[in-house]
Design a protein. Structure first.
Length: 451
């Protein structure tokens, strides 16, 4: 990270970040980073694993860079996932836990005195490189600890000449949040940190700070539509909205493009294991993309997407390596193919098999979200003794409604839009959010209130 940080020094007094109504420049970021590095140097040894409480702020970005310069292995911990911190610290075998108080002062404690002999960490130590540990969502078992070489990962970010005023959406414990940070710093961009990631605060932040780029998820874009905050705030500064982390419902994309007709929309793609790939949409508003770019190779096998990445993780802490001998990894995403273009249909693990017929939850969700009374919806499979599985759905409606009446309307609505085997058999209602702290649909929700 030294060469990356040296580049930041050359940006001097150029604007860098807006946090809590204050503009910081690159010179201030460099100064704060060096201050934190001097305070931890010699007290937190190089190569140690550090759990860092780093929700996005000026001080937290500086701490992240300082730990990287000190060649630590960083486990970013966000408040959004506080209930998972113990698991992350245990799996990552953190030796220290570090945080920043409201005045920017560092506080750290030793949480484990045991030596760490993990082979992935030893590889980083042998290279004298900083590391980064991210975690999978854990929706189908314990979260997997994903270990990156920060030197390798940061080398993926080239100077593109595109310096945006970018609203930070995903936190530093997510590959998308790290991607936004490193790309913007590398390209002299300005990072805008909102008060919260709720639609009103995001829209207010876009208006006040003339945000040009919003990287987010389809789930959040749906929340923006439902909130109607786009009509209350001036979003004319927006040039580009990128979306990823989950399949985009066609209805959501169509509606948000109608609301923001002057904004360009771009689908992104990547995994925590591989880093973020370059993408090119066939046309604005299309779900067909080309993926790949410098440092990435892709192949399609049995309609599943495989990736070979120069910037891949070095391995899992608590699971077997997923890489084939030739370096490719199965993303688990099923795709349609049209020449060089691909369309992401969804995860193979989420596929519902109804008597041999394949049902992708995203397709059914896209149809159900067109029902005017639905605020959010999640679709998944349940066991069925005759067909193997059946389609089930949990819906959150905009107003209170009787489940029995809703089921009748839903089936009538779906009858001309979906094949019979794709229409949900079991339906439940919820008044809770159907998305996670990462603004992705919770596909591991279970309900006993099905009808």
């Amino acid at each position: 990270m030294n060469s990356f940080f040296d580049l930041l020094k050359t940006f001097s007094g150029k604007p860098c970040m807006v946090f809590e109504n204050r503009m910081f420049n690159y010179e201030e970021l460099v100064k704060q980073t060096l201050l934190y590095e001097s305070r931890i140097k010699g007290k937190i040894p190089c190569g140690c694993v550090v759990g860092a409480l780093v929700d996005y702020s000026f001080s937290c970005v500086a701490l992240f860079l300082a730990l990287a310069l000190n060649r630590n292995i960083i486990i970013p911990l966000s408040k959004d996932a506080i209930q998972k911190h113990k698991d992350y610290i245990d799996i990552g075998k953190a030796r220290y836990l570090i945080s920043i108080d409201g005045e920017g002062k560092l506080d750290w404690s030793e949480v484990s005195a045991l030596p760490n002999d993990n082979e992935l960490y030893r590889e980083l130590l042998s290279k004298n490189h900083a590391g980064l540990v991210l975690f999978s969502s854990g929706s189908s078992g314990p979260p997997k600890g994903i270990v990156h070489d920060l030197e390798t990962l940061s080398s993926a970010y080239k100077i593109s000449g595109k310096a945006y005023r970018t609203l930070i959406f995903l936190q530093m414990d997510h590959i998308g949040g790290v991607n936004t940070l490193l790309y913007n710093l590398r390209n002299q961009g300005v990072i805008i940190i909102p008060n919260s990631r709720m639609p009103e605060d995001v829209c207010k932040c876009i208006e006040k700070n003339r945000v040009e780029l919003l990287p987010t998820s389809p789930t959040f874009l749906n929340l923006m539509i439902l909130s109607e905050m786009t009509s209350r705030y001036d979003l004319s500064s927006l040039k580009l909205i990128t979306y990823g982390t989950e399949p985009m419902p066609e209805g959501t994309l169509k509606r948000i493009r109608e609301i923001l007709p002057d904004v360009r929309f771009k689908q992104t793609y990547g995994l925590s294991e591989t880093g973020i790939l370059n993408t090119k949409s066939r046309e604005d508003g299309s779900l067909w993309v080309k993926v790949g770019g410098d440092g990435f190779d892709i192949k399609i096998r049995d309609n599943k997407l495989w990736i070979k990445s120069k910037y891949s993780m070095i391995g899992y802490l608590n699971a077997d390596s997923p890489f084939e001998a030739d370096g490719y990894i199965n993303t688990g995403d099923v795709v349609e193919i049209d020449g060089d273009w691909v369309k992401i249909l969804g995860r193979e693990s989420e596929l519902i098999n109804v008597g041999g017929n394949k049902v992708f939850p995203a397709e059914v969700e896209s149809v159900l979200q067109k029902m005017p009374e639905i605020e959010d919806v999640v679709v998944y499979g349940l066991p069925n003794p005759l067909t193997g599985q059946m389609v089930a759905t949990i819906v959150k409606t905009k107003a209170e409604t009787e489940l029995s009446d809703f089921k009748v309307r839903m089936r009538a609505f779906c009858k001309t839009r979906l094949e019979p085997y794709k229409i949900p058999v079991k339906v439940a209602m919820s008044d809770e959010n159907l998305y996670s702290e990462r603004f992705k649909k919770k596909r591991n929700i279970k309900s006993e209130k099905f009808s």
